[in-house]
Design a binder for this molecule. Structure first.
Ligand SMILES: [Zn+2]
Length: 630
């Protein structure tokens, strides 16, 4: 007897057999029982999670001959059911839209839809990969969907429902399929192993389930391969070899070395792994996934359902999570995501993997600097630059150093040049009165966040606390955190000024403007400036402060205050204040009032702004007029 792949052999034939999609199957069954049957269905979700399977079961349930009307669960033995299962039912037509996507095919379909079903209750079209259908073809389909003959039902399965025109979507019932949970996949693999009489260690099955990554079909197809390659007994080792995965302990060791900033250990480990035949790309991908899980464990705890891994792996990610802060982990994840993305098209994959890992070790070493800088007094701005320079020199990276140097992205220039010169030149003579509005420009296309501070949590610490000359004029570049560790240009002493508490407060409030809860809390706080600390005494509990003044908010506030004062200013929010009247605590209007309108029109006239708009299609989002605020 020829071997039938597991995914096929064990394809669910009833709604109750479908795993992990109860929200869909239950709704469909209820609808059938209430005889509320739609003419169009869209089944969306990742590949291999049962969309087409559910479409077929629904087709069986609708056309099943075991009763005089559609049944909530197909009998599986009548002519209709068996023909649909075998894929040769006359009235259930499956079309792979990936290959039959054009207008001719859809016209044919539409013409065929005029005729009544040959035998069954409904004529059912199952369109797989429906998002691939061309617009013209969708238009042809739309005509049918607008006034569907009562015997016609369309079912569209797609991984990209957003690519299906709204006019079509609005005429269909849309069901979104979920990724199948790790536990569900694992249980299914256990059941199948038992049915197939295959001896399999549970940790081997767990690794298969993890590799499936939410897709039952993927997990099953790897299991097919594993069975084929190991014959008798599935062990963790055999599965790991099959999928080319490095042992989880290697991932743990790498992150421990990062925590210790031990560049040498990292390089030795990479050497071992590659020596054993692991691919750099695969390892980077594993590390990305591992770091993601560690981050989740840090944020949500190791028992979170967001972690779709075995209990051993939970314990492992929890151990690593203890070594890092949330910010560290976000930064490391970002570094590895980039590294993994870059590996795909690089020649010297090994060097790039090493570089990525070393960057993490460096970033780790950089952390105390963040504190150092925020506490550094204004009289020693150069200590930051010196410290930064020391970091850059870093450890020597045997053999890879030339590669590393060459591939380092251009430092500051990518985000500021060619306007940095302009900005710096203008800011110096005008520092005292600062007549120019500060602007934040961002490219019009793509970005959607409201955060006006350039660097998110993934940015190296230096970027956030070293003040920049004002007025700021910088295109936002969210996607590219600066990964090099070069020192920032030192703030020009001429730009330094003694900013008052009020103006600092306003700068902070303006920077946080999108967090309205926080802003209203801070607006009524008592503000004071003590040395390098800007302190807001809020009339609320420390719990409330902890909840709303997040580390991200603190970062934004610190950057805004430091930027205005041209020296590091630490922003603190403490409880125990008495509410200040809101009229005294004036918040700069984000936009719309008259003075802001004039600032905006001045901004629009500015030659630099115009060049930005011309070159990058930038748009003006926020104009902050600092003259209003001193
Ligand atoms: Zn039947």
């Amino acid at each position: 007897m020829s071997y039938q792949v597991l995914a096929r052999k064990y394809r669910p034939q009833k709604f109750s057999d479908v795993i992990g999609q109860e929200h869909v199957t239950r709704t469909l069954q209820n609808a059938i029982e209430q005889e509320r049957i739609a003419h169009g269905y869209i089944f969306s979700g990742h590949r291999g999670i049962g969309k087409t399977t559910v479409a077929r079961i629904l087709a069986m349930a609708l056309n099943c001959r075991s009763a005089a009307k559609p049944v909530a669960e197909p009998c599986g033995i009548c002519d209709s059911c068996t023909e649909i299962r075998a894929g040769n039912a006359v009235d259930v037509i499956e079309i792979d839209a990936a290959t039959n996507r054009g207008i001719d095919e859809i016209r044919e379909l539409r013409d065929g839809a005029r005729y009544r079903p040959a035998r069954d209750r409904f004529k059912i079209y199952i369109l797989d990969e429906a998002h691939q259908i061309t617009d013209a073809a969708f238009n042809a389909l739309l005509k049918t969907l607008e006034e569907p003959p009562s015997h016609i039902i369309f079912m569209m399965a797609t991984t990209q429902p957003e690519d299906i025109p709204q006019t079509i979507r609005s005429r269909c019932q849309h069901f979104s399929f979920r990724a199948v949970s790790f536990e569900d996949i694992l249980q299914q693999l256990r059941d199948l192993a038992a049915q197939e009489k295959i001896a399999a260690d549970d940790d081997a099955l767990a690794l298969l389930a993890e590799a499936g990554d939410g897709s039952m079909r993927d997990a099953l197809s790897i299991m097919d391969q594993a069975i084929a390659s190991t014959a008798a007994h599935l062990t963790l080792e055999s599965v790991r070899n099959l999928i080319g995965a490095a042992p989880s302990s290697a991932l743990e060791t790498v992150m421990q070395s990062v925590a210790e900033s031990s560049s040498e250990k990292i390089l030795v480990l990479v050497d071992e792994l590659l020596g054993e035949g692991h691919s750099p790309t695969h390892f980077a991908r594993q590390l990305v996934r591992f770091l993601r899980n560690v981050t989740v464990a840090k944020i949500a705890g190791k028992d979170s359902s967001l972690l779709q891994v075995s209990s051993d792996e939970r314990a492992r990610v929890a151990r690593i999570a203890d070594l890092f802060t949330e910010e560290d982990l976000a930064r490391h994840l970002q570094i590895m995501l980039r590294t993994h993305g870059e590996l795909g098209y690089r020649q010297e994959q090994r060097f790039h993997l090493e570089l990525g890992l070393l960057k993490m070790a460096h970033a780790q070493r950089l952390l105390p600097l963040e504190q150092l800088l925020s506490e550094a007094s204004a009289s020693q701005p150069s200590s930051a630059a010196r410290a930064g320079a020391r970091m850059t020199s870093g450890p020597s990276t045997a053999g890879a150093s030339s590669e590393i140097r060459r591939s380092e992205p251009p430092a500051r220039s990518s985000s500021v040049s060619p306007f940095a010169a302009d900005t710096a030149r203008k800011s110096v003579p005008k520092a005292e009165s600062s007549p120019e509005p500060a602007m934040i420009l961002r490219p019009a296309a793509g970005t959607s966040g409201t955060n006006v501070v350039i660097m998110g949590s993934a940015a190296p610490a230096v970027a956030e606390v070293v003040p920049e000359p004002r007025p700021e004029l910088r295109p936002e570049r969210r996607s590219e955190p600066r990964s090099d560790l070069r020192p920032e240009p030192r703030p020009d002493p001429a730009a330094a000024r003694d900013a008052g508490t009020d103006s600092l407060r306003d700068a902070v409030l303006a920077a946080l403007a999108h967090q309205s809860m926080l802003v209203s809390m801070l607006e009524s706080a008592e503000w004071s400036l003590e040395g390098n600390s800007l302190i807001a005494k809020a009339a609320t509990s420390s719990t409330m402060i902890e909840m709303s003044f997040t580390s991200e908010a603190r970062r934004i506030a610190t950057a805004a205050a430091s930027g205005l004062a041209a020296r590091p200013i630490k922003v603190q929010v403490v409880p125990g204040g008495t509410a200040q009247t809101t009229s005294k605590a004036r918040r700069p209007a984000p936009s719309g009032n008259t003075s802001n309108e004039s600032a905006r029109s001045r901004a629009e006239q500015d030659p630099v702004v115009r060049r930005m708009q011309e070159k990058f299609g930038a748009e003006i989002r926020t104009v902050i007029d600092y003259r209003e605020k001193g």
